[in-house]
Design a protein around this ligand. Structure first.
Ligand SMILES: [Mn+2]
Length: 241
């Protein structure tokens, strides 16, 4: 029985299908999706449909990304702001403009059921962005940080590699969980194109909203699979630039 984690998707259905087909999933495997299913490439609606279908035949855990939350808010209230439109929301808004209300309600139900985080039986944490409370996720006061925070990853990148885990300066947040899997902040920002590990933190967002790939990682073996860069599969589009 294997557990796989998959990073940001951002409406890139063609890349999602490509990388899903590379992994030989077994019936009782678990796939944990780190969130950000929408906003970017033109298939946001189709990605949600794909995930709803996949959930019927695989053990899936779907976490909430900040973009999924923005879409949920739009579908429920029809309210949006320009910042969402500029960060990939425009293609999503377009995609949903001709969907009937029954299907929209189905997608709202999917988005509402997304989990803020997941902790497995071996105390591994899976979360879209991060958390800030030094005692862990259950103590977080401002819950949207689970899908907006970047300080956990910044803290990891700034970590002195010579610092011992018993040192009082060692970040307390890193000691709470066996491993922490995140997306949200593309590793392409630091010139990487594959999952990047610092201390016990694994960043699986390989920049699918931009010119990167979608990545699936086996958490036990750390073997990973990637789509081709998503922009190559949508040559007529700009993604989130
Ligand atoms: Mn993202």
């Amino acid at each position: 029985m294997n557990t796989y984690v998959i990073g940001d998707i951002h409406g890139g259905l063609k890349a999602l299908e490509q990388v899903m087909n590379k992994v030989k999933f077994q019936e009782n495997d678990t796939i944990i999706f780190l969130g950000d299913y929408v906003d970017g490439w033109s298939d946001s609606k189709e990605v949600i449909e794909y995930l709803i279908t996949l959930n019927q035949k695989r053990n899936c855990i779907f976490l909430r990304g900040n973009h999924d939350d923005l879409l949920l808010n739009y579908l429920k209230t029809k309210e949006y702001n320009n910042e969402w439109l500029q960060h990939g929301g425009q293609t999503t808004k377009n995609a949903y403009s001709n969907l009937n209300q029954t299907l929209i309600n189905q997608h709202i139900a999917f988005l509402e059921a997304l989990l803020p985080y997941h902790i497995d039986e071996e105390n591994r944490l899976f979360i879209h962005a991060g958390f800030t409370n030094l005692k862990g996720v259950t103590f977080e006061y401002f819950k949207p940080l689970f899908y907006w925070d970047r300080t956990l990853w910044e803290c990891a990148l700034g970590l002195n590699p010579e610092l011992n885990i018993s040192d009082p300066y060692y970040p307390k947040r890193f000691k709470l969980y066996k491993e922490i899997y995140i997306g949200h902040t593309p590793v392409t920002l630091i010139g990487k194109s594959t999952p990047y590990n610092v201390a016990n933190i694994w960043n699986i967002d390989t920049g699918a909203a931009f010119k990167g790939a979608i990545t699936i990682l086996n958490i036990h073996t750390k073997q990973f699979w990637q789509s081709q860069p998503v922009n190559e599969l949508y040559p007529e589009e700009k993604g989130r630039n």
